[in-house]
Design a protein around this ligand. Structure first.
Ligand code: SAM
Length: 246
């Protein structure tokens, strides 16, 4: 049986590609990539000539049996997403599950990830934390999710697209209150890396300015006003699962 290697790729700075990531991508038989054209640029840069196959959210179902068959036949595969860690708000999870079911070894490589990179520089409590990823886009569902999160005392980590930043920060301010502390972590590892630290009200003022550009991670302080009794909720499995998922 072959091995499925989970290979993180840079989130903006090519210097963050690890030696082991390059070696692994060179040595495997096939690279499963979220966007083969995007990954080809990375492969060219590191002089990797391994063939690719597309593996993304729209072909996951049909691809998995094909990939499992290759792995069972002894081929080694690497899975990559467009940036950062596979499976983290990116394709990969279902393939990992299929490998586990088929007793195929899964070998994760450590490497770039926007959430943890943002968290360690945020200045907000690094643990415990809850990694949420992208909130639902629809107003009603987004508000419902934020309401569920409102009593969390742990640090919250979100991803958001620049064109939705203003709306999401507004919704957070409505639900969590404008005084809650937040850090907008922008363009991590890139030339215009920036950390905007303040309250949700400050963040809203920033997001309302002209056109917001770049990639963002939002680190939100946990609720510091919840009663002692409610903090018992911290030990709920759901939170631990989210934390462990990173
Ligand atoms: N798999 C990736 C990871 O491990 O971080 C995340 C992929 S997700 C589709 C893309 C989101 O991650 C962006 O919308 C943004 O919220 C965040 N992100 C990715 N790169 C970033 C960067 N250089 N700076 C800030 N946020 C980034």
């Amino acid at each position: 049986t072959g091995t499925l290697y989970l290979v993180p790729t840079p989130i903006g700075n090519l210097g963050d590609m690890t030696e082991r990531a390059v070696k692994t991508l060179k040595e495997v038989d096939l690279i499963c990539a979220e966007d083969t054209r995007n990954t080809q640029k990375l492969l060219n840069h590191f002089e990797i000539d391994t063939p690719q196959i597309s593996f993304h959210e729209h072909n996951t179902k049909e691809r998995i049996p094909q990939l499992v068959e290759k792995l069972l036949a002894g081929k080694n595969l690497a899975q990559v997403s467009d940036a950062g860690m596979p499976s983290i708000s990116d394709p990969g999870h279902e393939l990992v599950v299929a490998c586990i079911e088929n007793k195929i070894p899964v070998a994760p490589l450590p490497g770039p990830n926007a959430a943890l990179t943002a968290l360690i520089a945020s200045g907000l409590l690094p643990q415990p934390f809850l990694f949420y990823g992208f909130l639902p886009r629809k107003n009603k569902e987004q508000k419902e999710e934020l309401e569920k999160l409102n009593n969390q005392t742990v640090t919250l980590i979100f991803y958001e697209a620049p064109h939705r930043l203003k709306k999401t920060v507004q919704a957070m301010s409505d639900v969590f209150g404008p005084d809650r502390r937040v850090v907008l972590c922008r363009e991590l590892t890139k030339r215009y890396e920036e950390f905007l630290r303040g309250t949700l009200l400050d963040a809203l003022k920033f997001a309302e300015e002209d056109e917001v550009r770049g990639e963002f991670v939002l680190i939100v302080e946990g609720n510091s006003h919840v009663e002692m009794l409610e903090t018992v909720d911290l030990s709920e499995n759901t939170i631990e699962e989210e934390v462990n998922a990173l």
